[in-house]
Write a protein that binds this ligand. Structure first.
Ligand code: GSH
Length: 264
């Protein structure tokens, strides 16, 4: 393998980063990953040259101190260069070699890896329409994943209106994926693409709602995914099968074991 095609900074492990790592493995390219466990990342300098900060560098009068926006609380330390490269200030945050170009949104980072590696982004179709169809699924996936992010981050105090929005987003997205998989072995065409990779990672992350079954029940709600295997057998089966494939399993590890065990 050659030089890394991208550097990714994030909390780790992160299913949004797995999208790129799985793709890098499938395409045979190298991706560099920097980061730490979620609670530790608040004590890091968010930058191309990200690093843990010393205690005396972590203060509210630091020039890098910023109010966190989503998924983190309190102060984060982001350099001006980081915010120039990543205007929304989120992780995963990817950089082209050298750090001048920032690439954000995990699906776009995934696209960048697939473009560098070849083979998973419809490149064999020179008209570009296959790549555009893959983009269509990635966009639909982001709409679902954003709803799932709000839903999962709110699990300490589940709200009916959030649950309702999640259920609607789930039904819409899963019905589309199920439909696509009834006519093909993969989401786009007859071969694996980054549409499959993105689906597997974001959907596996959404299934974590299962860890909050009790909290949901106490608040008078039930799991959105309760009858998923029966309602969307192709979609669930596709995720479970792909997650066992070597390049996926290497990064996803035991992430879905609890779900598999629950079905047995
Ligand atoms: N849709 C984005 C989600 C990224 C995102 O929302 N990241 C949050 C953490 S989960 C973040 O970096 N928050 C930074 C902050 O709170 O300032 C993606 O797929 O990359």
């Amino acid at each position: 393998m050659g030089e890394p095609v991208l550097r990714i900074f994030s909390y780790l492990p992160n299913p949004r980063v797995w999208k790129s790592l799985i793709t890098a493995d499938l395409c045979g390219v190298e991706v560099e990953v920097l980061g730490a466990k979620p609670p530790e990342l608040g004590g890091w300098l968010w930058d191309y040259d990200a690093r843990p900060l010393a205690d005396d560098e972590r203060s509210d009068d630091s020039p890098h101190a910023r109010v966190s926006r989503r998924g983190f609380s309190g102060t984060l330390y982001k350099t001006d260069a980081f915010l120039a490269a990543h205007p929304f200030g989120t992780v995963p945050a990817a950089f082209a070699p050298g750090g001048d170009v920032g690439v954000f949104e995990s699906n776009s980072i995934l696209r960048a890896v697939a473009r560098a590696g070849g083979g998973l982004y419809g490149q064999e179709d020179s008209s570009g329409y296959t790549a555009s169809r893959i983009d269509s699924f990635l966009d639909a996936n982001l709409v679902f994943a954003r709803e799932a992010q709000v839903y999962l981050l709110g699990m300490d105090d589940p709200q009916a209106h959030v649950h309702e929005r999640m259920a609607a987003a789930y039904e819409f997205y899963l019905a589309g994926i199920e439909q696509a998989l009834t006519s093909g072995r993969f989401i786009v065409g007859d071969t694996l693409t980054i549409a499959d990779v993105s689906f597997v990672c974001d959907f596996a992350q959404f299934l974590r709602e299962g860890h909050y079954e009790e909290a949901l029940e106490k608040a008078g709600m039930s799991l959105v995914s309760a009858d998923g295997l029966k309602e969307y057998p192709c979609a669930y089966g596709h995720m479970l099968t792909l997650s066992e494939q070597e390049e996926f399993a290497r990064h996803m590890g035991t992430y879905l074991n609890w779900y598999r065990n629950k079905q047995n």
